[in-house]
Design a protein around this ligand. Structure first.
Ligand SMILES: Nc1nc2c(ncn2[C@@H]2O[C@H](COP(=O)(O)OP(=O)(O)OP(=O)(O)O)[C@@H](O)[C@H]2O)c(=O)[nH]1
Ligand SMILES: [Mg+2]
Length: 446
């Protein structure tokens, strides 16, 4: 996960000052020295660090802290607010044109993640905002670029507009817009070509596409792993094209996170989304405040709830709850629930959003659990329909068959059966307990 080093260091520093009943100038100075090092080590731009330290220091020795009853916590609040401000303050929303379609142009260097992000954004727009996007293949230079977008379109079951690689991107953009209007698409996402470096020819062409498509948003896609380079690239693109936002990709890797913390203040362009993996749902809107909270170990419960809301089918959740109440919950239901939770992303990331999770060392080994979950899935999938509904019928030879079919062991099958049995018992108890109270029931996995 990105920010791990920074988060660790900042949280240690904050822990030292948190409980202080009095914060002296010397305390602040000492703390700021540590914060400064932590930020520099995370590859945050030098000048950005300098300004940040100056602002926090001024506020930390000022009235708001000195007069506070809990000066230690007050200092932490200041750090959090300034960190939030650094990353852009408010969350910036994606544009909606009052003359649809809303046009989004994706630009960036080679391999930054433009094409993938185009797919992810389209997916998000449909899933979360109920939109009907059109993907446009305007990269005619890299062999197979069009095919790549078409494959994404197929995966998403979404239309892709392309005219092959013999038509200029400007013409493609123009015709795509006409097509989008005819077909009543409310969003048009134009995937453009990348280059190794910013070159004049590419920029000229992007300007022409911009002139014809009149995009509501021009998103620069940058790879967070490139650190300070990402900041420089953003600066140049912004000067040449006038960006409306940045999408920072590959934040799932072990990037130190400096780019995320510098881009906004150096380029004055807000980060609007972050990419957190190769899968098509591995994208999140960028919320400066939530990110600051995550970095400082205060958790990001809001994002967690939102993930649950977009990925867990409300109807199905209700159905499951009903089944739990009546204890008619089967292995199939169990599997489905598991699937819904997994849809929300790697468990490790989910746990990372809980306050203080960074400090719970045991949680670092969650990968093991992911593996266990796939075993559980395999075991259930190897059961017959009758067995899933009626686990009591499970005898030694059935267990053996299931273990073999799922590539697990009889012990593992036994363990799952036992857990399932316990779970059902617990459900029964809970239903009797909450009878009359009409209390909402929590799923065991959430
Ligand atoms: N881990 C991770 N990988 C990503 C992310 N976004 C994109 N990638 C991967 O990065 C590689 C390049 O992504 P593309 O979407 O093809 O990049 P592009 O900018 O369109 O590249 P060009 O068209 O060649 O300029 C692919 O292997 C993607 O799967 C991300 O957020 N996390
Ligand atoms: Mg591409």
């Amino acid at each position: 996960m990105a920010f791990e080093g920074l988060a660790d260091r900042l949280q240690n520093t904050m822990a030292k000052i948190r409980g202080k009943g009095k914060v002296s100038e010397a305390d602040v100075k000492e703390m700021m020295r540590e914060v400064r090092l932590a930020l520099l080590e995370a590859d945050v731009n030098f000048k950005v660090v300098k300004d940040f330290i100056k602002r926090v220091s001024e506020r930390a020795v000022g009235q708001e802290v000195m007069k506070s009853l809990t000066p230690g916590q007050q200092v932490i609040k200041v750090v959090k607010e300034e960190l939030t401000e650094l990353m852009g303050g408010e969350q910036s929303k994606i544009a909606v044109s009052n003359r649809p379609p809303t046009v989004i142009m994706m630009v960036g260097l080679q391999g930054a993640g433009k094409t993938t992000t185009t797919g992810k954004l389209a997916n998000l727009l449909r899933k979360k905002h109920n939109r009907k996007p059109l993907l446009v293949a305007a990269d005619i230079y890299r062999p197979a670029a069009i095919k790549q977008l078409e494959t994404l379109g197929k995966q998403l079951d979404m239309p892709v507009f392309s005219l092959g690689d013999q038509v200029s991107p400007v013409e493609i953009a123009k015709r795509a817009l006409e097509h989008a209007k005819e077909e009543h698409h409310d969003y048009v996402l134009i995937d453009t070509a990348g280059r190794l470096h910013i070159d004049e020819h590419l920029m000229e062409e992007l300007e022409q596409v911009k002139a014809i498509a009149k995009p509501d948003e021009i998103f620069l896609v940058v790879d967070a792993m490139t650190g300070q380079d990402a900041v420089n690239v953003a600066k140049s693109f912004n000067e040449l094209l006038g960006l409306t936002g940045v999408v920072l990709t590959k934040l799932d890797g072990d990037t130190r996170g400096g780019a995320a913390l510098s881009i906004r203040s150096v380029t004055e362009t807000p980060i609007k989304f972050v990419g957190l993996g190769e899968k098509l749902d591995a994208i999140e809107a960028f919320h400066p405040e939530r990110m600051a909270s995550r970095i400082l170990g205060m958790g990001d419960v809001l994002t967690l709830i939102e993930k649950a809301q977009t990925n867990v089918d409300a109807e199905k959740a209700k159905e499951l709850e009903q089944k739990m109440r009546t204890a008619s919950f089967t292995f199939d239901d169990f599997l489905e629930q598991l699937g819904q939770v997994r849809n929300m992303g790697p468990l490790e990331d989910l746990i990372g959003m809980l306050p203080g999770a960074n400090k719970m060392k045991g949680l670092k080994n969650l990968q093991v659990d992911e593996k266990q979950i796939s075993h559980v899935e395999a075991i259930i999938k190897s059961m017959t329909a009758a067995e899933k509904i009626n686990p009591e019928m499970m005898n030694a030879s059935r267990k053996k068959r299931i273990a073999k079919g799922s590539g697990t062991s009889v012990q593992e099958v036994n363990r799952l059966l036992k857990q399932f049995e316990d779970m059902k018992k617990m459900m029964k108890q809970m239903t009797t307990m909450s009878k009359g109270k009409k209390k909402g029931m929590k799923f065991p996995f959430m």
